[in-house]
Design a protein around this ligand. Structure first.
Ligand code: IVH
Length: 673
């Protein structure tokens, strides 16, 4: 077998296994075997770049390369659907169709309405060539690199009979399982949680790092085939055909011949959807015959041949059994409701956050109350109401905020203007100390291989580490003595810790856990001050002079370095050999002028001379700030071609000037006047 033949064979085999696993949900080999095969393919491809193919299954792992989203025009606008929450409007729709078709018999294809974000996929000669988001319906973002990582989307088609070039539309989703894993991870890193799988899917698809996209495990269902000619006049039949080409088409579709059948479909899924692995928010009803669809046509905005019936937010009624209090790494004490387990939107829920004391008081909660728990698209379950009618004379204890820390007993404090209560014992409260170490080792901070929350917990319990600096004193022999820890993993951890000495300064600054200094702020501070000493010595004025650093962050930085205990920790980290200054390479990215100082700039449209990323970098290097959405604070819009109409209108309404590419380049002195 030649190398090319082996590559082709591996690609075909891996494609089949992906299809079995992600589309059919019926894997025929184990993960390990799959990984080995993939590794072999990657090795061969690396050794033979001449056989590179963007449709290779190896491309699904994504890459760290950032690539800007280019806006593309949809061949046919992506319309949305008329929505209704009422069954009588579904009946009205049915009657309108009857009338519009002049009494001709018709069928309605009933489908689930998947709650993700719509995507348009373009295939040419059996290969995925482009994936575009809905955008404003007319133009969307080209997110092909990210979409390639979605295993249920075929990169090359299977079966036969597919048109040479066609479009298929569907929904990109984050399954509940992936969503929960992602949020758990974010909670651990104290990153903001995604409110629901839709936001998570859309945030993920817009990432500039397709490797991270691949890690987050998106899925996709396809529900609309656009081709000329179509395989059949029936929409349902066309989708069944598309399934034979390798697309994931929902099995939960039904052709209905009467209004009663349509209503029965709606009633069934109103509750049955709770057991689906993905979020749905309604059903979509479509006239099945494409010929009849054309006859019915469109209004200015939506098709007359389809309608979406939306379900009411899912609710469950359950009994509040207790309220516990969780202490975060910054000392925030959050009340958590524990209730009898109930199924809700595909998962079993037992707990919901009660946010803060104000929220608890507003609900007037008592232990034993029957409470309504809702997800309604928002995943973090929340208690929306108390069923006061079901209260008996035996009212349970009123839920009150604790006055002392549940972990260390210190009296709690509340800062002015904040709803949260804090445990001020930041140098002795175990979850705070442990939480800070967990944060320090986390992926976005020092990213220490082999060290996660669980191991930190073990190290902590064994008394081997009390703070982040202790990690650098660990010896493999000590670690190996921990329960369930082998020699090899122990070595791995110690090596991981040693390797973290090379982690760049901005991430060290993030890792030390200064309140309000997240990943981005840490980068900003690192770029502005260049070294730990300079950050530590900065005065309030110096800090707030940096764009994007406000008073709150500045105060927090000063407070951090004013504390002797933090200074000691920082000194010990310096002795451990961590990066305490920007490296030469990064220092080269430092500002070159301040002509854009104080300016908030939105980039929009398609450009001739530089990519969007390059413009972003140029703005920053000339002292400006790139912001993503237009507001009254926007200084100007760097406007390329084909800027979206919505942005254009908003800019006009707020009187924000548009600056052309050439004008901008002239302003920063990149081209002559
Ligand atoms: S058909 C012209 N089918 O709902 C018909 N849409 O409110 C185009 N959606 O933008 C859409 N599940 O993102 C269709 N089975 C389904 C759907 C579906 C979810 C989304 C889609 C669309 C929105 C319309």
């Amino acid at each position: 077998m030649t190398v090319k033949e082996e590559i082709d064979a591996l690609r075909a085999e891996l494609d089949t296994h992906n299809y079995n696993y992600y589309v059919l949900n019926a894997p025929t080999i184990g993960d390990r075997e799959f990984d080995e095969m993939m590794r072999r393919l990657q090795d061969l491809e690396a050794a033979h770049p001449e056989y590179f193919d963007p449709a290779s299954p190896s491309q699904r792992v994504g890459s760290d390369l950032t690539d800007d989203f280019v806006q593309v025009l949809h061949a046919r606008p992506m319309l949305s659907l008329a929505n209704t929450y009422s069954r009588s409007e579904v009946e009205d729709f049915y009657r309108r169709v009857e009338q519009g078709l002049g009494g001709e018999p018709f069928e309605i294809c009933c489908e689930l309405k998947f709650d993700g974000l719509s995507i348009s996929l373009i295939y040419e000669e059996g290969r995925l060539v482009r994936a575009v988001t809905r955008g404003d319906g007319v133009h969307g973002d080209d997110v092909t690199a990210n979409v390639r990582t979605i295993r249920s989307i075929p990169l090359t088609l299977r079966g036969e009979g597919w048109p040479d070039d066609f479009e298929i539309r569907g929904e990109v989703l984050m399954p509940w399982e992936s969503f929960e894993r992602l949020n758990a991870e974010r909670e651990q890193n104290e990153e903001p949680l995604f409110a629901n799988p839709r936001n998570a899917a859309s945030g993920t698809l817009k990432l500039q790092n397709s490797r991270e996209v691949a890690r987050r495990r998106l899925d996709a269902y396809l529900y609309y085939l656009l081709a000329d000619p179509l395989p059949s006049d029936g929409h349902y039949e066309n989708l069944q055909t598309a399934r034979t080409w390798g697309f994931k088409v929902s099995g939960d579709m039904r052709l209905c011949r009467s209004l009663d059948e349509v209503m029965a479909f709606i009633s069934h899924w109103d509750t049955a959807r709770q057991n689906l692995p993905v979020a749905t928010d309604g059903v979509v009803l479509k006239v099945n015959s494409v010929r009849q669809q054309e006859r019915l046509g469109y209004t200015a905005k939506v098709p007359r041949w389809a309608i979406a019936y939306k379900f009411k937010a899912e609710q469950a009624l359950t009994r509040l059994s207790s309220v516990t209090y969780q202490v975060g790494r910054q000392g925030t004490v959050t009340p958590v409701a524990n209730f009898d387990a109930v199924p809700l939107s595909g998962t079993i829920v037992r707990r919901a956050t009660l946010h803060n004391d104000d929220f608890v008081q507003a609900l007037d909660l008592h232990i034993g109350d029957m409470v309504y728990v809702e997800k309604g698209g928002e995943i973090i379950p929340k208690i929306t109401a108390v069923d006061t009618d079901s209260r008996t004379m035996m009212l349970g204890d009123k839920v009150r905020m604790v006055s002392r820390c549940p972990e260390c007993g210190t009296p709690l404090v509340r800062y002015e203007g904040e709803a949260a209560w804090y445990c001020p014992n930041d140098s002795g409260c175990p979850p705070q100390l442990k939480g800070r170490i967990e944060h320090f080792v986390s992926r976005k901070a020092m990213n220490i291989d082999g060290l996660g929350g669980e191991t930190v917990d073990l190290l902590w319990r064994a008394g081997l580490v009390h703070d982040a600096a202790d990690l650098y004193q660990l010896r493999a022999a000590d670690v190996a003595r921990l329960p369930r820890m082998g020699q090899k993993s122990a070595l791995n951890i110690v090596h991981g810790i040693a390797a973290s000495r090379d982690v760049p300064f901005d991430r060290v600054l993030f890792a030390i856990g200064i309140r309000f200094v997240g990943e981005t702020v840490a980068k900003t501070l690192a770029t502005a001050f260049r070294s730990m000493d300079a950050v530590a010595a900065a005065r309030l004025d110096d800090l707030v002079a940096v764009t994007e650093i406000g008073e709150k962050i500045a105060q927090s930085v000063i407070r951090f370095f004013a504390d002797q205990r933090n200074r000691t920790l920082v000194e010990r980290l310096r002795e451990a050999g961590l990066q305490f200054a920007l490296s030469e390479a990064t220092a080269a990215d430092a500002p070159v002028s301040d002509v854009l100082a104080g300016k908030s700039i939105v980039i929009s449209g398609v450009f001739q001379h530089h990519s969007r990323d390059e413009y972003k970098a140029l703005i920053e290097r000339h002292g400006g700030t790139n912001v993503s959405s237009i507001s009254s604070r926007t200084s100007f819009i760097l406007a390329g071609e084909n800027m979206g109409p919505a942005k254009r209108e908003k800019a006009a309404a707020l009187g924000i000037p548009l600056v052309s590419e050439e004008e901008f380049l002239r302003a920063i002195g990149a081209i002559d006047n």
